[in-house]
Unconditional design. Structure first.
Lengths: 181, 181
């Protein structure tokens, strides 16, 4: 499966009102702490890959997940091959990765308020150090990437947002740009 | 924590009788399918490390675990630094490791019948292609490795087995030796 996602910078208050008008279903709010790893044998910045441990705290429980993201396969919608699974103990995964020579070098912290609308997940992200964003995403099979991407653009338009203002850089990338400026 | 483990080749029937005489507690039987990975940036055979995905099927459920084993820190008892955690989906971990250049090259299949005796886990292993073994193991803090190892030898003696016949090569190593002969 591929992950199709488009995001724009947007003030949350207006988008939240519009989601309510459209009858979007609130899915709750979570806090995510992401740890991004460097590899000992590849420069992920050059290969456009990412390896991440995520600690996600919801209202009832904390979920820990490890994710590999491959290089972009579709530039327009930032579509990547993704391998993601829950792990029992993320600190052990960190120790395992460290022993193999992988190193956690960057952290991204955000609050995510999620809604479901027209088969898409709409997320209102508040990212520490970056501000407010709205992300529209869905999973797609290889054949459906294009149509799922167009559907995501339609959702943005419904929310009075402009698909042309799409931010293609990841939060990690935006934070690194800020650091390097 | 360190894993202290000693194993010998032994006929299971006599050991099982002796475990019953000593009042060992039966912990059940599981089947383990182990997949060992090669690394893209290190020769684990030379660095004496291992990266493994284990699928363990018990009577009620299947547990999937990922494990890193570091080089020997104590030769006598085969003590290694170990990082191990449950994962939600081992096929996804396999896909993630493959994307990073790790490759599953060897498989070890065994049935394990476990008992608890004097604070140790005694395991009767039937390894496909290798035969029957008995393993005695316990976790130890760095300071306790030596005394825990001596305790494991005492357990072997109680089972009418000879600590001097200890097999220090892993099942993986024994299978590789067979392949290369």
């Amino acid at each position: 499966m591929y992950e199709v996602e488009v995001k724009v910078r947007a003030d949350h208050e207006a988008v939240r009102d519009r989601l309510n008008e459209l009858g979007a279903r609130a899915l709750g709010t979570v806090t995510q702490e992401d740890f991004y790893y460097d590899a000992p044998h590849r420069d992920f910045a050059k290969t456009d890959e990412a390896l991440r441990i995520r600690q996600e705290a919801g209202e009832d429980e904390t979920v820990e997940v490890v994710t590999y993201k491959g290089p972009l396969v579709e530039e327009e919608s930032k579509t990547r091959k993704e391998h993601e699974t829950v792990v029992g103990d993320s600190e052990t995964v960190d120790a395992l990765l460290s022993a193999l020579g992988f190193e956690a070098t960057e952290t991204v912290h955000k609050e995510r308020e999620r809604y479901e609308l027209d088969g898409y997940v709409v997320t209102l992200d508040s990212v520490t150090g970056l501000g407010e964003f709205v992300e529209v995403e869905a999973a797609a099979k290889a054949d459906d990437v294009e149509s799922v991407r167009e559907g995501a653009f339609d959702v943005l338009v419904d929310l009075n947002l402009d698909p042309n203002e799409q931010v293609r850089t990841s939060y990690l990338g935006l934070l690194l740009e800020d650091t390097r400026e």
